[in-house]
Structures are given as structure tokens and as C-alpha cells.
Design a protein around this ligand. Structure first.
Ligand code: AMP
Length: 422
């Protein structure tokens, strides 16, 4: 990705700084070079020096901004090398197994020459190999909350030596009901010298309380939350009666020249049902949500990435975080509950300058949600009727003029938390 290219992701601020100037050592610098990164992204340019200076951080930046490297690179620098026989010194917590796996992958990639050992701890797979890996000794543990706590309770991990605690996508962890688990884990990380790095796109009252209890004089870094969808995504809304949603889905799929498609549903049962109905009609597809066994999730993701499966029917678990490239089409079978999720969902396509198409099927009882999304992204979404589709009732297509969302601006210097920025 080109950090200076707005369309390539969320790298919308040019900061002429080199990684070397940020204070990273030669081992990490050579890993950065090997990754092909020529310039730090804004979140990296701002967070890395503060982290290296030992500060606690609150970062509001989304996936796609280079956020993972913003904490992994300085963490690896601080940790230095492998400490034989020592308990873990760095813990990164994330909401989903896939995200944790991605974060661990980046720790391994950037830390290849450091001899630091990293391990991944998440649910849905057996305990034994994780226990063995922890026993052998890991400097960095990347985990999801529930399974990590199981290991803590079973005595297979001791968190009292954690020097660096990274809480990634905290809003998501809280949305998923992990607040108490996260609090308990923080309590176990009782090293008084602990440095805590917290990343969250939004900061609710719960998160504010968590920050007050767990972070010391944090530096707040807010990178412009990209609330507008990538310009390379053509997104449209297709109103239809609730009874015809599935028929319209099929007609839309048939009208598109698909390479790879993600269909988003609000509920897990919905995703299962749509995947089943599509499979019954011989579409090459798989479901992807958090109730599936880890093996099934990994398999579906791999098959989708390799092109073996053309259509993934997913809940919002796949809308954030996952770096799935080359998705040509996104269909929202349901309008998402949270406005941010709309941007995340359609952001699966049109990545890295590729053209992408996103269509949202709109049932009459979802209109208020679309209105809220248009306000959030500060632009109307064109409404369309699918030519050739046999509508039971003429769909209510709203004119572009009728949709004039209230302007809402946020620029890169505005803290989303409404608090002091340093
Ligand atoms: P993330 O926000 O951590 O999900 O990162 C999104 C993507 O950006 C990942 O594929 C990274 O490999 C890539 N990336 C991270 N830092 C840089 C950089 N400085 N220059 C170019 N690409 C980067």
C-alpha cells in the first residue's frame, strides 16, 4: 500500500518521516524494509515514538491504517530478544480468532530476526497444543479473552510479568460481551511497570471507565476516522418488499460479474440460512460466523481467499479486521445495525484501488437505518430498481434530492473522544 494514497486505505495524511526517525532499531528496520513499507502511516508516525518513550496510549484508528504495525513494531523493539524460561512479557488481546491470528502473523513477520517467540491463544481449538506452546515459553502472547482466561485459571499462563499490554479493538470486544473478561485479564497483568496500549474506534462510557482504571496518563492519538467509503466502491441500495429479499439477492448475484463476493447478514442463523439456500441452488458458497468451529472458519476463509469458494455469507465478524483482498462484490442482505459496520462491510471491496461494487437490499422496515448510515457517511446512497426483476410491489425508490444528509465534518485534528490531544 502507498501510505500517501487516500484511496489505498485510510492513509490520508502525508507525514514525511522515516521509520528510522521514529527510533526503531536496525533489526526491526530491516523487517520493515523486507515488508516493503517505505514510510510510516500517520498512526505509526504518532504512536511509535510515544510507545518507545514508555507512554500508555489510547489510539483511535481503524483497521487498514497500519494500526497493527503501530503497536507491534515498537513492542518488538522494546522486548528485544527471547528470554528463556521467562513468563510472557507482552500480551495482545483482540476480539476474534481471525483478528488475533492476523495480529500474531504480523508479530511473527516483523519479529522474524529478533528470535522472540510468539504464540496464539484462542477458542474453538484444543487446549493441549496451546498449553504446550505456553509451557515452552513465549515472549508475546496474542489471545482472545475467553480462552486466555481459561489458561490463566488452569495455571498454564502467568500474566504477572506482562510489561506491555495491548488491548486491540476494545469497542468490538465490549460489543461482543467481553468486558468482564477484559477487566479480569487486566487485573491479572499486575506488573506495576506495565505499559498499556488501548485501541478502539469509539470510546463509550464503559471504555472510559476502563481507561481510567487501567491506563496511566495516556497519550491520545486520534487518526481521522475514515467515515466515508472508499471512492473505488460503487454502493447502491435496492429497496424491496421483505418477502422478496432472497429472490432479489439471487437476481442481483445473477446480474453481477462476480469474482468473489461477501454477503453480509445481521444474524448468525440468517447467514446459515442464506448459505444453505444458495448451496441448494448450486452456488459455490460457505457461511462464516462466530458459532462455527474454528476449523470450519479457517477453512472457509482459506477457500475464499484461494478462490475455491466464490461467495462467503458472513456476519459482521468478517467486516472488520480481516485483510481479505480482491473481493469484487459485497451485498448487505440486511442493513447493518451500527453505521460504522456499513463502512467496514463495503470496505471489504474496493481495497487497494480495485474497483468494487456494494449493494444493500433494503426492506421497508430498515429505512431508518439507511437514513442513519447516510448521515454517518455524509452522503446519500443512490437507490435503484433492478431491471428485469419481477417485483411483487413497485419498490419505493427515493430521489437523490430527497436524501440530503446533514453535513457532518471531522478532520484529522479532531479527537473523536472530545478530549485533549497531545
Ligand atoms: P492494519 O491496519 O494493521 O490492518 O494494516 C493494514 C495493512 O497495511 C496490512 O496489510 C499491513 O501489512 C499494511 N501496512 C502496515 N503499515 C504499512 C506501511 N507503513 N506502509 C504500507 N503498508 C503498511
Amino acid at each position: 500500500m502507498d501510505p500517501g494514497d487516500e484511496k489505498a486505505g485510510h492513509f490520508n495524511t502525508l507525514i514525511y518521516m522515516t521509520f528510522k526517525e521514529l527510533g526503531l532499531g536496525p533489526t526491526i528496520l530491516s523487517a520493515i524494509e523486507a515488508s516493503g513499507y517505505t514510510q510510516p502511516t500517520p498512526i505509526q508516525a504518532q504512536a511509535i515514538p510515544e510507545i518507545l518513550a514508555g507512554r500508555d496510549i489510547i489510539g483511535s484508528a481503524q483497521t487498514g491504517t497500519g494500526k497493527t504495525a503501530a503497536f507491534a513494531l515498537p513492542a518488538l523493539h522494546i522486548l528485544g530478544g527471547h528470554k528463556k524460561g521467562a513468563p510472557p512479557r507482552c500480551l495482545a488481546l483482540g476480539p476474534t480468532r481471525e483478528l488475533a491470528a492476523q495480529v500474531q502473523g504480523q508479530f511473527e513477520k516483523y519479529g522474524e530476526q529478533t528470535k522472540l517467540k510468539t504464540t496464539l491463544v484462542h477458542g474453538g481449538v484444543s487446549y493441549g497444543p496451546q498449553r504446550d506452546a505456553l509451557e515452552k515459553g513465549a515472549d508475546v502472547v496474542v489471545a482472545t479473552p475467553g480462552r486466555l482466561l481459561d489458561h490463566v485459571e488452569q495455571g498454564s499462563i502467568d500474566l504477572s510479568s506482562i510489561e506491555l499490554l495491548i488491548l486491540d479493538e476494545v469497542d468490538r470486544m465490549l460489543d461482543m460481551g467481553f468486558i468482564d473478561d477484559v477487566k479480569r485479564i487486566i487485573k491479572h497483568c499486575r506488573n506495576p511497570k506495565r505499559q498499556t496500549l488501548l485501541f478502539s474506534a469509539t470510546v463509550s462510557e464503559d471504555i472510559k471507565r476502563l481507561i481510567a482504571r487501567s491506563l496511566k496518563d495516556p497519550v491520545e492519538i486520534a487518526i481521522a476516522i475514515k467515515i466515508t467509503p472508499a471512492e473505488t466502491v460503487k454502493h447502491e441500495v435496492y429497496p424491496v418488499g421483505a418477502m422478496q429479499k432472497f429472490d432479489l439477492l439471487i437476481a442481483l448475484i445473477e446480474s453481477m460479474d462476480i469474482d468473489s463476493m461477501i454477503i453480509f447478514c445481521r444474524m448468525k442463523v440468517g447467514a446459515d440460512r442464506i448459505a444453505r439456500w444458495l448451496s441448494e441452488r448450486d452456488y459455490n458458497c460457505a457461511a462464516m460466523h462466530s458459532n462455527l468451529q474454528q476449523k470450519a472458519r479457517t477453512k472457509a476463509l482459506e477457500q475464499f481467499k484461494s478462490g475455491e469458494i466464490k461467495i462467503l455469507v458472513a456476519t459482521d465478524i468478517a467486516s472488520r479486521g480481516l485483510d481479505i483482498a480482491n473481493v469484487t462484490h459485497v451485498i448487505n442482505y440486511d442493513v447493518p445495525e451500527h453505521c460504522e459496520d456499513y463502512v467496514h462491510r463495503i470496505g471489504r471491496t474496493g481495497r487497494a484501488q480495485r474497483e468494487g461494487d456494494a449493494a444493500t437490499i433494503l426492506a421497508p422496515d430498515e429505512t431508518a437505518k439507511i437514513d442513519a448510515i447516510e448521515k454517518f457517511i455524509d452522503q446519500p446512497i443512490p437507490q435503484r430498481k433492478l431491471e428485469g426483476f419481477n417485483y411483487f410491489h413497485e419498490p419505493q425508490i427515493r430521489d437523490a434530492e430527497q436524501a440530503a444528509p446533514k453535513r457532518r465534518r471531522r478532520n484529522s485534528s479532531t479527537s473523536k473522544f472530545g478530549r485533549r490531544r497531545r
